[in-house]
Each structure stands twice: as structure tokens, then as C-alpha cells.
Design a protein around this ligand. Structure first.
Ligand code: C2E
Ligand code: MG
Ligand code: MG
Length: 567
């Protein structure tokens, strides 16, 4: 078997000695094992080192030499981070000089006159091995992009720091870049890397002025432990400003969570709290800094509880599906056109829990797939029941989460659902949020293409809430845009919002897709939308989401209405 060492080129050793005889002896000892370079004094040694930095494995250094002696070489090496990666073994005849040389940074010594060849070779090879191990460790220790600690070392060092220096009382800080995937998607990975580098550099600069350590945990997640700062928003501002200076005109936003030091509390727990706080700051540009507090603590306990209760909730039908109608407002009077399935949780002890509480939680821990399947099943069998009862299909749309889109079995699962319930693809529409679309544009595009080829209609949910670019939108094969509710809320009073809505309607016309306006609560809102050419409206103005029995009244009214129109 070929070992990796055998196919690499031989390691190089630099022998520095002013005496030719010594150089020759050493050369003879090493000849079979190493490539050898020579220098006659310290000055020359430094030059050769700089020239062969990458090949050199070790320096054998005489101490007494003209021009520049060995101690001075050691001192120069020590000052130079490049040179100091190469270990030095001193060659000396004086016992007393050995200790001084070690103190000056030498890794080992070999006594003159040279005797047993095996001993010399063994020493040299051991030093080379040690230094190569150290280089490997140091490479793993640091994240290549930012120079901060890599995850495992960060955790290890912070544990040690807490064990051996409890007096520091450090807070955990979690720092993230909002929608980093979108930055990568819009500007390219190389740009994303630059952003991480600049942020990493600024974190290092911060830590050069205060006690603490920092690591890049993964992707855009940074972890810092530092002695309590008087003003965390100011620290956030510092990092934010740096990015604005370096990348003017690019919208990069940071969020920050703090896990404050607490007596007898494990640093990993503090880091979890910081992360939790940072998650709560997600998407909240007004308060991008959150400090973990009592309220968050109870929130975490609640999350824990909801996670534990999910299975039982599905079994015991605490989870149910409500339906909210969408009306076609271009016909007069408005006509029931379809519905959206929205999950509800009636918890036996906690009462009615809105999906805004548990959906993001289950999205973050992977349980959402299970919940979504449950909702899709319910919706599909409901469509079948209604078709059976009323003699026509009322299309229902269901929500897809980000992780559903990445499920390789998604298309199969949905196809099976359609078959098992005897439906048509058109009966079940799929709502994908805008943010899931920008995530990893390529993958998402492929999935959406496949779903549409199969026959499903795709609605882009919450359009305008995130960062989608027009560019992306024109590639995205969608059938319907669902305008985010925030545009509708102030549409009557805000001219800006009116203009934005008009713009979105224009874009939709250009792309030849329909628009659903969500969150329509008043007649005035409705009129503005109708005048602007919006096709479909969903909102409290028509109806809140309803349990199936109540929704049936809307269907029945719809049937009566159709009858009177077509006598
Ligand atoms: P969404 O998909 O954008 O759903 C629309 C939300 O707007 C619903 O909130 C609905 O009740 C609410 N809404 C409708 N009309 C009005 C109105 O006129 N005024 C106001 N203020 N709100 C209105 P809901 O049911 O609380 O759901 C919130 C979000 O949770 C949904 O937003 C959706 O993203 C998610 N969600 C709900 N059910 C599911 C599900 O089964 N799976 C997944 N993955 N997500 C779901
Ligand atoms: Mg939706
Ligand atoms: Mg929506």
C-alpha cells in the first residue's frame, strides 16, 4: 500500500552553520531522508527561509556565527508570523546556551559534536511531526473565511473559560444576518463571503478592545462571549455601520440576541438563550437587538410544551382546519371562487392557539412537515366531501412551508393525495411563501416547475414581504400572486401603499398572473382594489376563516346565487 508520505515530495531542512565541516556532517546524516538547503550565517538563513517558506519543515541553527548569530535569528523569527511557523532546532556545544535557546523560541536542541545519527534523525522527525500536527489543529481551530474560531473549538474554549475563569461573567451574544440566503441569491456567493469576512473582521476588532472570544458557528451565525457591554444596541450599531460603509447601497441587516450571564449557568445554555432572543428579533427591523428575559423564558417553556403536545393534538383532533373564502370581485356581485385551508389548534388547557405561535416554531424544528401533511390530508378529504355533497369542486389552497419544498418526496406525496381522494390537480392549490422562493432559487424553481408540470397551480404567498427581485419573479413559474397584507392595511390612507399596490397589479398583469389581495377588511379597501383590477380578495370583509360546517353556509349561499343568475 502506498502511504501518503511516500508520494509527497521529501521535506526540506535548512542547515545553518558557518563551519563547512559541520554542514557536511549534518548533510550526510540527513541526505537519505530530506532535501537539504544550506546557509552560512543568520542573514543568509532568513533569506533562504523567506524564499522556501512553503517547502521548509525545520531549521537547524548554529548559535555562534558571524554576520548574524543564532539568537538574533530566533528573535527575528519570533517577530514574524510567517517565519515562526517553521520550527527551529539549535545546534550547540554549550550546555548553558541550550536553555537560553529554548527560552528564545527554539523547539529543541542537538548537541555538538554530533554523535549518534539515529538520535539526531529521531529528534528532527519528532519536531517536524509536532509542528505539522500543530498546523493541522490551528487550521481546524479557525474558520478559514473569518479567522474566528470554528464551532467546535469555540464551544470547547468557552467551556474552559467558564470553568477556569468564572470571574469573567461573560454574556453570550448571537449575531445573524437577516435573510443571508437572499443576499447570496441576489449578489452571488463570493459577495456573501465578503460580507461574512467584513463582519468577522469587525468582531475581531471589537474583541481587541474588550475581553471575550468569538466563533462562526455556521453560515451567517456568529457567536460571541464577552464581558457585559454597557450598550448592546450600540454594539449592534457598530457592526451594522461597518457593513453599510463596506457595502454601500446593499441592504444588509443584522440581528442580535443576548443571553446575559447568570450564576451557575452553563455557557451552552447562555448561547441557546442568545440564539432564542436573536430568533425573536428576526425580521424586526425596529428592534434588531433582543435580550433574553423572563418573558422569553416562559415563551421557551411554552414552545417546549407545544412540541411535546403536537402528536397527541393530531390524534385527538385538537388540530382542525378552518377555511377562509376567496372571492372573485370582478364579477358583480362578488362570487365565491375558492378557499384557503388554515390550521387551528384548540388546546385542552391552553385554549385556542393561533398558528402564528406554533407554525414558526415547527418550521424551525422540522415538525412542520408532519403538521402540513395533516392539513393537506384534511383539506383534500374536505374537497372530496363537498364535491360529493354539492356536485362541484371548490378549489382549496394549502400552505407549503420552506422545508416542504425541499422534501424530495413532495411531488409524490401530493400526487398520491390527489389520487387517494379522487381529485383533480386543479382542486388543490399550493401556496408557497415568497421567502421560501428566494431561499435557494435554483432548487425551488425546479420543484415548482415539476409541481406545475404535474398540474398543480402555484400561488406565491405574502408577496412583497421579503426580498424577491423582479428578476427572480420573472423566472418563477407561478399562477397567482398573493399580495402581502401589509399593503392593504393602510391602502385607504396611505398614498404610498396605494401606489405600491398599483405597481404590484401592473407587475401581475405583465406576468399574466392573477392577484389575490389578503387581509381586506373594509368596503373602501375593496373598491380601491377592484378599480385597480385586482381579481381576488380574501379577508374579514367577506369572512373570517371558518370551521367546515359554517363554511358550508357560504357554499350554499353561492349555489343559491348562481341559480338566481342563471334561471
Ligand atoms: P397566510 O397563509 O398568509 O394566511 C393568511 C392569514 O391572514 C391567516 O392567518 C388569516 O386568518 C389572516 N387573515 C385573513 N383575512 C384577514 C383580515 O382581513 N385581517 C387580518 N388581520 N387577518 C386576516 P392565520 O390563520 O393566523 O395564519 C397565519 C399564517 O400561518 C398563515 O399566513 C400561514 O403562513 C401560516 N399557516 C396557517 N396554516 C398553516 C398550515 O397549515 N401550514 C403552514 N405551513 N402554515 C400555515
Ligand atoms: Mg397562505
Ligand atoms: Mg399570506
Amino acid at each position: 500500500m502506498i502511504q501518503s508520505g511516500q508520494i509527497e515530495r521529501p521535506r526540506a531542512v535548512l542547515v545553518v552553520d558557518d563551519q563547512e565541516i559541520n554542514r557536511d556532517i549534518m548533510g550526510a546524516i540527513l541526505a537519505d531522508h530530506y532535501e537539504i538547503l544550506y546557509a552560512e550565517n543568520g542573514q543568509e538563513a532568513l533569506e533562504v527561509m523567506r524564499e522556501h517558506l512553503d517547502e521548509l519543515s525545520v531549521l537547524l541553527l548554529d548559535l555562534m556565527m558571524p554576520v548574524m548569530n543564532g539568537f538574533e535569528v530566533l528573535a527575528r523569527i519570533r517577530e514574524d508570523p510567517e517565519l515562526s511557523r517553521i520550527p527551529v532546532i539549535v545546534l550547540t556545544a554549550e550546555k548553558e546556551a541550550e536553555l537560553r535557546a529554548l527560552q528564545a523560541g527554539a523547539a529543541d536542541f542537538i548537541s555538538k559534536p554530533f554523535d549518534e545519527m539515529e538520535v539526531i534523525l529521531a529528534r528532527i522527525s519528532r519536531i517536524i511531526e509536532l509542528s505539522e500536527d500543530r498546523k493541522l489543529i490551528s487550521a481546524a481551530e479557525h474558520d478559514a473565511l473569518t479567522g474566528l474560531y470554528s464551532r467546535n473549538f469555540f464551544v470547547e474554549y468557552i467551556n474552559r473559560l467558564f470553568r477556569y475563569h468564572p470571574e469573567f461573567q461573560m454574556d453570550a451574544v448571537a449575531l445573524n444576518i437577516e435573510q443571508f440566503h437572499s443576499i447570496n441569491a441576489l449578489h452571488g456567493r463570493a459577495f456573501g463571503d465578503q460580507v461574512l469576512q467584513v463582519l468577522g473582521g469587525e468582531i475581531r476588532a471589537f474583541l481587541s478592545g474588550t475581553d471575550g472570544i468569538a466563533g462562526r458557528i455556521e453560515g451567517d451565525r456568529f457567536g460571541i462571549f464577552c464581558v457585559r457591554q454597557p450598550d448592546y444596541p450600540a454594539l449592534h450599531e457598530r457592526f451594522q455601520r461597518k457593513l453599510e460603509e463596506q457595502f454601500p447601497g446593499v441592504n444588509i441587516r443584522l440581528r442580535m440576541g443576548i443571553g446575559p450571564w447568570a450564576e451557575h449557568t452553563d455557557p451552552v445554555l447562555l448561547a441557546d438563550r442568545a440564539r432564542f432572543a436573536s430568533k425573536l428579533a428576526r425580521g424586526n427591523f425596529q428592534t434588531p437587538v433582543r435580550i433574553y428575559d423572563e418573558e422569553m423564558h416562559s415563551r421557551e417553556l411554552l414552545n417546549q410544551r407545544l412540541m411535546n403536545d403536537l402528536n397527541r393534538a393530531m390524534e385527538e383532533k385538537q388540530l382542525t382546519v378552518f377555511y377562509q373564502p376567496k372571492y372573485d370581485i370582478l364579477s358583480d356581485p362578488p362570487r365565491l371562487s375558492s378557499a384557503e385551508a388554515l390550521v387551528r389548534w384548540r388546546h385542552p388547557e391552553l385554549g385556542m392557539i393561533p398558528p402564528g405561535v406554533f407554525i414558526p416554531l415547527f418550521e424551525s424544528n422540522g415538525l412542520i412537515g408532519m403538521l402540513d401533511s395533516f392539513v393537506w390530508n384534511e383539506a383534500a378529504s374536505q374537497i372530496a366531501i363537498w364535491r360529493e355533497r354539492y356536485g362541484f369542486s371548490l378549489p382549496v389552497s394549502v400552505n407549503l412551508s420552506r422545508s416542504d419544498v425541499y422534501d424530495p418526496l413532495l411531488v409524490d406525496r401530493l400526487v398520491r393525495l390527489i389520487r387517494d381522494n379522487g381529485l383533480n390537480y386543479r382542486d388543490l392549490k399550493l401556496e408557497v411563501t415568497e421567502s421560501a422562493c428566494t431561499d435557494n432559487a435554483r432548487t425551488v424553481l425546479d420543484v415548482i416547475h415539476r409541481l406545475r408540470e404535474t398540474g398543480f397551480e402555484i400561488e406565491m404567498d405574502d408577496f412583497g414581504s421579503g426580498y424577491s427581485s423582479l428578476n427572480m419573479l420573472s423566472d418563477m413559474p407561478i399562477d397567482v400572486l398573493k399580495m402581502d397584507m401589509k399593503f392593504i392595511r393602510n391602502i385607504v390612507t396611505s398614498e404610498t401603499d396605494q401606489r405600491l399596490v398599483a405597481l404590484i397589479l401592473d407587475i401581475a398583469r405583465y406576468l399574466q398572473v392573477k392577484v389575490v389581495a389578503e387581509g381586506v377588511e373594509t368596503e373602501e379597501q375593496l373598491n380601491i382594489l377592484r378599480d385597480g383590477g385586482c381579481n381576488l380578495v380574501q379577508g374579514y370583509f367577506f369572512s373570517r376563516p371558518l370551521p367546515p360546517e359554517e363554511f358550508e353556509k357560504l357554499i350554499e349561499r353561492h349555489i343559491r346565487q348562481e341559480r338566481t343568475e342563471t334561471p
